[in-house]
Unconditional design. Structure first.
Length: 405
């Protein structure tokens, strides 16, 4: 629900049955009417171009893509996007701003705007985005606010703050289209292809005939043809299923799957605001393959990240799954020998120290084979005791005497 019912609100909804399409609808819930389509966005999976068009005329209003490099032999910079508008033609450069905080800047009619991100949950993937006017030394004030929802999200356009912009905005429609194209880059996950789309057509049952009287041919063939059974449900492909923005579950250990996992992890680590990445494998019939694959994938991602950007991420292993398996074997509830491999594993790739966050990171097996440390020599001994008596006391007390026990 919007903060103010008088605000202009657009609903962001991924189109059902059309992967790569997102609809922007005018919210008419307060008036009791059906939502009206305002814009439709589509993403080209091969080029990554996002186009915004009119839902009634299908006319393209603008496109967004990675800006071409300034030099012929230079590689494109993914932190610089070019937004091209039509009717009238205009170009808006969206650049990632350097710094510790997440921010993207753009300019419209000689006024600076900045996109910031509101992290709703540190673990989950729900994030909101706000477009604010940057007029220093005055503080920034928002003009467009995106809030995530289960079905997609909603966009609030703050008209009362748009009226404060100086100089006054001459083309508000152009600013609205440029803002939506920039936002589409941040909510790129809504354009992803769901894994169940490909199998939906195969699981659709055939349409039965509405006629009650069977034909003569079907009447003869009825005794010999068995009754049609619905096809068994297919298992969904979970090779790239991501539970949250910073979580990747490894369910396949094939080389192609590991390549896809590695590219996904490197793409997530390219976001400077991401504190840590979680790679894990749950207990399954293929745990003997997925658990070693998680360890190999973590090392591979760490090497690739250091080679590409020079950043060395830290590895933290959460072996609570292995501890649970060991406890179950001791109680006789689990299967396998005590020295068998664990059935689950979770590894954190972090930019910060997570020693205090993991519950069992400080747990280490106690080793009794290491020799105790001798206490410092006491020079204040009574004069009546010589070296021989000191050796006898040490032999009598043993290592307990060293620690005063």
């Amino acid at each position: 629900m919007p903060l103010d019912s008088n605000l202009f609100v657009l609903l962001v909804r991924p189109r059902t049955g059309s992967p790569g399409h997102v609809d922007f609808l005018v919210d008419n819930s307060e008036a009791g009417r059906a939502d009206e389509p305002a814009y439709e966005a589509r993403k080209n999976p091969s080029t990554g171009t996002i186009a915004l068009s009119d839902p009634y005329t299908s006319a393209t209003l603008g496109e967004s893509n990675i800006a071409p490099p300034p030099l012929p032999n230079a590689s494109p910079n993914p932190k610089h996007r070019l937004i091209s508008l039509d009717s009238p033609p205009a170009e808006v450069h969206l650049r990632n701003k350097a710094g510790l905080s997440w921010a993207w800047g753009m300019e419209w009619e000689e006024v600076q705007y900045v996109w910031t991100r509101d992290i709703v949950s540190l673990v989950g993937g729900d994030r909101g985005y706000t477009l604010s006017v940057s007029q220093k030394p005055d503080p920034n004030y928002p003009v467009v606010v995106f809030r995530p929802e289960k079905k997609g999200g909603n966009i609030e356009i703050l008209d009362y703050n748009l009226a404060r912009v100086e100089p006054a905005i001459a083309d508000r429609k152009g600013l609205e289209i440029a803002s939506l194209l920039a936002l589409c880059h941040f909510i790129d996950h809504l354009f992803s292809v769901p894994s169940s789309t490909a199998a939906s057509s195969d699981l659709t049952p055939p349409v039965a005939s509405t006629s009650s009287a069977p034909s003569p041919t079907s009447r003869k063939a009825a005794p010999s043809v068995p009754s049609a059974q619905p096809p068994p449900p297919r298992c969904k492909n979970r090779s790239l299923r991501t539970l949250a923005t910073n979580e990747v579950e490894v369910t396949e250990a094939s080389p192609a799957a590991l390549d896809a996992y590695c590219e996904r992890c490197l793409s997530l680590l390219s976001d400077p605001s991401l504190l840590y990445l979680v790679l894990f494998a749950l207990p399954s019939a293929r745990s003997h393959e997925t658990v070693p694959a998680v360890a190999a994938l973590a090392e591979r991602v760490k090497r690739r990240r250091y080679k590409v950007s020079g950043e060395e991420v830290r590895l933290f292993v959460d072996d609570s799954g292995a501890a649970t398996d060991s406890a179950r074997r001791k109680e006789g509830q689990g299967s396998g020998s005590p020295g068998s491999a664990p059935t689950s594993l979770k590894i954190y790739l972090s930019r910060t120290d997570m020693s205090d966050l993991l519950p069992n990171h400080h747990r280490r097996p106690s080793s009794s084979s290491s020799p105790p440390i001798r206490a410092p020599i006491n020079l204040d001994k009574p004069a009546g005791k010589g070296a021989g008596s000191g050796e006898k006391e040490e032999e009598k007390g043993g290592w307990k005497g060293w620690f005063g026990l």
